[in-house]
Structures are given as structure tokens and as C-alpha cells.
Design a protein around this ligand. Structure first.
Ligand code: NCD
Length: 339
């Protein structure tokens, strides 16, 4: 049976999740934080299972985090990077998915430069799929680890005032975060230059600021975003110097936030562009390293739940397109594969 508290086959985004489902994943993650801080750091939860990290975009920290999470659950892990895969030989995304699917993995952790590509792939496989970041769409495990970091430090998410600052336009982290934070009852402000604000974002229920001093006033959390130069075609910011002057987080701007406000960043950081080292390394206020630590626990929770749901799904005789093969054959239909 699928996990009744999180009955989904895939985690493609935060969109559509309920507060109860989010809390369930955060509670399970919290338990794994304890395991990771203990001497053993391992569990048997996924012994004998296979997790594939399928990364079509460069990543060190997210891939390593998924890999460590899978290993700590006792699973076998395979890393497929785009450079070594046959995508470069012209194989399509779907071919890659179908080929991998034939090897019976339990969960694929997929990162892709195009928004929506992970969903396309998930529709073609029997296993669970977790989105490790697709274009500027979603990065659900990042939002969950950010939420876990905030919840552990502040004891709650509801009622907090969170500022998400910088390159919101290109950021899947920002999108997943405001979906999660709003679902959990937090208030969200985005602070960015006009060129980096997605159109219509105010309709989602976030407050929009173009001035750091006004936007940071009395916030509980300051979440900085990386300036994603690799996604910018054309000039979105005048110069690094000017960007830092107006939008970089430094001690003076941080002075507007609550005295106990936390400083967050998903990494990798551009020091001197969006954040000053002085505040990034502030041992009292910065939780940037804790975010990395808790990321492993969150990915353990997600992999465990999805692997168990994948087994339940396949035991029920479903094929890749979600049809029930036994029911299809009773009706004289060939088992459809959806490929
Ligand atoms: C983020 C990403 O890839 O979306 N980083 C990450 O997951 N470690 C944010 C970023 O690249 O700026």
C-alpha cells in the first residue's frame, strides 16, 4: 500500500502538496537529522533498492546530497551525468528514461535545464521520480530543506515573515520556496530589481519590493539567491558592483531585519555579488551550512517514501503509463507501456 500520509508516486514540485503532506516529510526528515548526527549514520530502510541520480545539468552539491542520502539508507546508487550519458550521442530524454526504466530502479533523482522535462520523464517510468531541479520551475527538496532549517530554528513556519531576495526570475528555489511558505502560512516578500521579478508574481500572494531597505524591514528570515548569470541572455543587471551596492546583503542592510533574523542561501554563493562574506559567515545568524546538512536528511525522507510508494505501485500491477496491466488484460487490451 502507498504511504497514506504521502500517497504520491513522484515529488515533482511543491505545487499541489497539502500542509499535512509537507509536515509529514519534514517530521520524517527531522528523524533522519538525528540519525545523521549519530555515530552510525546508516539505516536499512532502502537496503537492496536502487536509486539513480540522473543529472542533465552540472551539480555537485545536490547530486552529492542525493547520493549520500541514498547510501545512508543502504541503497545502491548509480550516478549518470549528462557528459557520460548517450544524450550527447543524440538519444532523447524519453529514450534515456525508458532505457533506465528497463533496469528497474526504485527512484530516479533527476535534474534538467528545461522546465517541465522531469515531469515528461516521470510519465514514462514505473519508478518514483524526484525533481532535483528543472529549469526555472521547481526544486522541491531545496524548499523542504529550507523549511526544515527554519522550522528547527524558529519552531514554526506559520506567521513568519520571509524575504526572498535577488534573482527571483531565474530561480526554481524561489518558486518552490514561496509555494511552500505560503502553503504553510508564512508571509513572503520578494526583493529584486525590476528586471529580475517574474511578471504576475504578486498574484501568487507575495509582496513585491524593489528596495532592500524597505523590503527587509522586520523580516524573520533573509533568503538570498544566487545571480544566475548562466541563465541570463542579455543584460539583467548593470554591473556586479552596482548590483552588490543595491541588492547585495551586507551588515547595513541586514540591520533592517529583526535582530534574530536568519540568513540563508541555497548555494553556491557568489560572495561579493549577492552576499558579503561578513554576513555569510556570521556564526550567530547564518544557517547556510546547516541548510546543506539538513538537505541530506530531507533527501533520505523523500527517497524512502517514494521508493516504498514505487513498490506498492508496481505490486499493484501498474505499468509505466499508470494503467493496471491485469485489468487491461482482463478487458482484452494489450498492456500499454506509455512509451
Ligand atoms: C540551486 C539550484 O541549482 O537551483 N542550487 C542548488 O540546488 N544547490 C540554486 C542555484 O543554483 O543558484
Amino acid at each position: 500500500m502507498r504511504d497514506p500520509a504521502f500517497p504520491h508516486r513522484h515529488l515533482l514540485g511543491i505545487e499541489g502538496l497539502t500542509p499535512a503532506e509537507i509536515n509529514y516529510l519534514l517530521d520524517l526528515s527531522d528523524r533522519y537529522v538525528g540519525v545523521n548526527r549519530g555515530p552510525e549514520k546508516t539505516s536499512d530502510a532502502l537496503r537492496g533498492r536502487t536509486i539513480v541520480n540522473l543529472f542533465f545539468e552540472n551539480s555537485t552539491r545536490t547530486r552529492t546530497s542525493f547520493e549520500l542520502a541514498a547510501k545512508r539508507l543502504g541503497a545502491n546508487v548509480i550516478n549518470m551525468q549528462v557528459e557520460t550519458s548517450s544524450v550527447v550521442k543524440g538519444e532523447t530524454l524519453i529514450d534515456t528514461a525508458v532505457t533506465l526504466n528497463a533496469m528497474h530502479p526504485d527512484v530516479l533523482a533527476v535534474r534538467h535545464p528545461d522546465s517541465g522535462a522531469v515531469k515528461l520523464l516521470a510519465d514514462k517510468v514505473n519508478c518514483g521520480v524526484v525533481n532535483g531541479g528543472d529549469g526555472s520551475h521547481e526544486h522541491p527538496t531545496q524548499a523542504l530543506l529550507d523549511a526544515l532549517t527554519i522550522r528547527r530554528r524558529k519552531g514554526r513556519l506559520s506567521g513568519l515573515l520571509v524575504a526572498i531576495c535577488g534573482d527571483v526570475l531565474h530561480s526554481r528555489v524561489a518558486r518552490s520556496n514561496f509555494l511552500l511558505l505560503l502553503t504553510m502560512g508564512a508571509r513572503v516578500r520578494i526583493i529584486a530589481p525590476r528586471t529580475l521579478i517574474p511578471s504576475g508574481v504578486d498574484r501568487l500572494g507575495v509582496e513585491v519590493f524593489t528596495d532592500m531597505t524597505a523590503g527587509l524591514k522586520d523580516v524573520d528570515i533573509v533568503m538570498m539567491l544566487r545571480v544566475q548569470s548562466e541563465r541570463m541572455r542579455g543584460s539583467f543587471i548593470p554591473s556586479v558592483r552596482e548590483y552588490f551596492h543595491f541588492f547585495g546583503l551586507d551588515r547595513a542592510k541586514l540591520g533592517q531585519a529583526k535582530p534574530d533574523a536568519l540568513i540563508m542561501h541555497p548555494g553556491p554563493m557568489n560572495r561579493g555579488t549577492e552576499i558579503d562574506s561578513d554576513v555569510a559567515d556570521d556564526v550567530e545568524r547564518s544557517v547556510i551550512r546547516e541548510q546543506v546538512e539538513l538537505g541530506v536528511a530531507v533527501r533520505m525522507a523523500v527517497l524512502e517514501v517514494l521508493a516504498n510508494n514505487a513498490s506498492a505501485h508496481n505490486a499493484a500491477g501498474h505499468n509505466a503509463a499508470g494503467h493496471n496491466a491485469a485489468a487491461d488484460s482482463r478487458q482484452g487490451l494489450p498492456g500499454r507501456t506509455g512509451t
